[in-house]
Design a protein. Sequence first.
Length: 150
Amino acid sequence: MDHLDQALLVCLQQNNLQTADRLAEQVGRSPSAVARRVRRLRSGGAIVAETAILSDAAAGHPLSAVIHVQLERVAPHEGNLLRQQLVAHPQVQMCLDVAGAFEIVLLVVAANMDVFNDFTLAMLEQPIVRRFETSFVKKRHKASLAVPLV
């Protein structure tokens, strides 16, 4: 991956709906060269997904929560099964293994508190979960998965 690829990825992380003409203006290349590079970045796996980030208003102002999960240490297989269930759950926006007092950190969305409580009962009230702590998001100042490249 060269400097041009990195510059294109930075631009696409900001807005992946930009035309080849607009990208070409930003990186100083021709639209056709940019279009070829972007196709190569997609087919080569540098771009793994392209998604829409919804506004809170468009999503009905869902409840967001950061959940720290501590597992029972005696059952690693069950911990892996829980991770698979969490990753597959549509309310889980992010699932991270972390170091420290907790093993897993989740970012979860729910339409309301009842839906959130249903999620915790179904997913976190399991013998493999020793305990979990929840912090509710009051205001989202930034939501991004962009990776700094240049």
